[in-house]
Each structure stands twice: as C-alpha cells, then as structure tokens.
Design a protein around this ligand. Structure first.
Ligand SMILES: NC(=O)c1ccc[n+]([C@@H]2O[C@H](COP(=O)([O-])OP(=O)(O)OC[C@H]3O[C@@H](n4cnc5c(N)ncnc54)[C@H](O)[C@@H]3O)[C@@H](O)[C@H]2O)c1
Length: 338
C-alpha cells in the first residue's frame, strides 16, 4: 500500500478524505497540529475504518519535525489540507494567514523534494476566481482574489506552477473546491467549527438544534432565483473521493500539472438550502434577511466536465443527502467533537 501523508487530516475535508484513501487502497498518514480539530477525530476514523491510522501531532511550519515523518515512512504523495480558512479572520489578521498557509506549503514541498516524494495535491478554492464574469466557472477563467485567505491560495498555485516548471519529475494537482457540506453517514465526523460558524451549513444546523436563535441571510436582492446568494454545494464524501481519483490519475499519467474544479456543477440559493433542511428537520427554520456582506458575490458554481472526463469524478449525493447528513452529525455531536 502506498503511503500518503495527509496534512490537516483531522480537519473537516481531510478526515473524510482519509477514509476515501483507505477505500482506494492507500495508506493515509495524518499530520495535524489540531489547531482547528480534535485528536478525537483520529479515534473516530479508526473506529469507522476498523484499523489503526498513523498520526503525527506536528505543525507543518516546523520543517525538521515534518522531515522526520518522511524519514520514517516511504511517502508516495501528499495531500496538503493544513491551513487556515476563515476569510473574515484573514482580513483582520493577514500575517497569521500568510505565515501559516505559505510557510507550511513551502516546507511540505522542500521536505518532499529532499525525500524523493513526488506527488502533491493542494487544496485550492473557488475563491481564486473572485467574482467571475459568467457562470458556470471553467478552470481556464481568469484568476482574481479579494482577501488575504484567497491570496494565499492564489500565491500557492503560482508557487507550485513555478516549481513544476523547474522540476519536471514533480507532479502537482490543484483542486479548486466549491462549497463542501455534509458529513459521513456514521455521524462520527463532520464540520466542527469553533465558536460561531462562518459557513452556512453549520450555522443552519446550530439554529435547528437551538444553539443559535436564527440564521442571518446576507442579502435578498441579488440577481438570482430568489434574491439570495447561489453557491455550488458539494457533499464532502464526493469531494473526498475526488482526491483519491486524482491520486490514481497521477499514478497513470506524465503531465505534471493538473487543475480541476470539484463541485456539482449546480448552484443552490441560501433559501433553497434552508428549505431543503426544513424537509429534513420537519419544521420551519427561523431566518432573518440582513444586509449584504462586503465582498460576497451573487452566484458561483462550477463546470466540472474536466474532472468528469479526466478523473471520472461524478457526484453521487444531492442537496437532501447533504442536509440530512449534516443534521445527523449535528444531532450526534451537539457540542462538536469532544
Ligand atoms: N471547507 C471549505 O469550505 C473549503 C473550501 C475551499 C478550500 N478549502 C481548503 O481545504 C483545506 C481543508 O479545509 P477544511 O474545511 O477541512 O478545514 P479544517 O480547518 O477543518 O482543517 C484544516 C486542518 O489543518 C490543521 N492545521 C492548520 N494549520 C496547520 C499546521 N500549520 N500544521 C498542521 N496542521 C494544521 C487544522 O488543525 C485542521 O485539522 C484548507 O486548506 C482550506 O483552505 C476549504
């Protein structure tokens, strides 16, 4: 079994990807400093997969510690999830974002280089497209970012493009995620934000469970189906599988730069998500229309034909499944993963 280091593997997308890698015959090795996750996630992953999972409590900003992981294991590839991801916080604390996101990436690449590990998947984001001139968004659309978080993603994409030009034996896949929601069917792992959630789905489930009074819907006067913002919500299990398919592809081909959108290709408005969740919980959800948020765009959804044609990436879950599994996770973990 090929060893795959999963940085940030205890986090939301990383933990689901660890399970997918196991299904696809890889041996995941988690590297996480638990700055935004709980070590309990590892026990839960072991319970779901019924096997031991190697995990290192290491900060990727510490190059020497990271190097030890590669000295102790023969690492075929790395999926680099580790990083900070809150857009609002990145505007207030840009250096925190530049430091963690850029230094961890530079360390990962250098350590990979020194240990002859040549396949890297990087967690990029639809945020690199900024406010697109049209939808759906294709991979060759112009890139434009509006906040420090997004800028770290774009800078890293550029760094990796330069790196593969200089190192033709090194393969990189840039996966641009749209909006992952949902959770594993066991309800043991899922999105587990600290404090008040920044993202729509954990906010809605916390309203449903009574932790928050109501949902603020930021703007109902966008040029969309019902005036609320439209996003491409993708089930985290589909997204996770996208990583395993990408690794398989990297084993088969010689190209050393792959770029894919991972979404469903379909947009849903905030109110459509709310109404779908109402079907799941069986009652109305209290929401209030608030002012638009600075920097938010009206509509963002992907064209995913490239990932379908080249990777065989086809989503299996619909919006109802995403809402149902998110609610299942929230009910089983009313106070998060503790
Ligand atoms: N969730 C989304 O909506 C979304 C969308 C697009 C892109 N992404 C990107 O996907 C990646 C994973 O996102 P997520 O939602 O799973 O986030 P997450 O916060 O749940 O997971 C990130 C994990 O990385 C760990 N981590 C952070 N800095 C670290 C460091 N220096 N060393 C070791 N571990 C570190 C955290 O403890 C956490 O477990 C991030 O890079 C994020 O920017 C996420």
């Amino acid at each position: 079994m090929k060893n795959v280091v999963v940085t940030g593997g205890a986090g939301y997308i990383g933990s689901h990807t660890v399970l997918s890698l196991i299904e696809y015959g890889y041996n995941p090795i988690i590297v996480d400093n638990f700055s935004n996750s709980s070590p309990k996630v590892i026990e839960r992953l072991e319970k779901i997969s019924n096997r031991d999972i190697k995990c290192y409590n290491i900060d990727c900003c510490n190059k020497d510690e990271l190097d030890k992981v590669f000295k102790e294991n023969d690492v075929f590839g790395v999926i680099h999830f580790a990083g900070y991801k809150a857009v609002g916080e990145s505007v207030k604390l840009p250096l925190k974002y530049y430091e963690n996101n850029l230094i961890s990436l530079l360390n990962v690449v250098e350590v990979m280089h020194n240990n002859n590990s040549n396949n890297l998947i990087f967690s990029s984001s639809a945020t690199v497209y900024g406010d697109p001139a049209s939808v759906p968004i294709y991979e060759d659309f112009p890139l434009h970012v509006t906040n420090p978080y997004g800028r770290t993603k774009l800078m890293i994409e550029e760094i990796l493009k330069d790196y593969v030009k200089a190192n033709p034996d090194f393969k990189v896949a840039l996966l641009r995620y749209f909006n992952p929601i949902g959770a594993h069917e066991s309800g043991l792992i899922g999105e587990d934000p600290n404090g008040i959630p920044n993202n729509l789905m954990p906010y809605i489930t916390q309203v449903c469970i009574g932790k928050l009074d109501h949902l603020n819907v930021f703007g109902d006067d966008y040029d969309t189906i019902d005036g609320t913002g439209v996003r491409d919500y993708v089930h985290v299990l589909d997204l996770a599988r996208g990583h395993s398919l990408t690794l398989k592809k990297m084993e088969e081909i010689n190209d050393n730069l792959l770029i894919y959108n991972l979404g469903t290709g379909k947009g849903s408005s905030v109110l459509e998500v709310v109404h779908e969740m109402e079907k799941v919980v069986g009652h109305k959800i209290h929401y209030v229309i608030a002012n638009r948020r600075a920097g938010d765009i009206a509509t963002c959804y992907a064209n995913c034909d490239k990932a379908y044609k080249e990777l065989g990436f086809k989503t299996q879950y619909n919006l109802y499944d995403m809402c149902q599994s998110s609610w299942n996770f929230q009910q089983k973990n009313p106070n998060g993963i503790r």
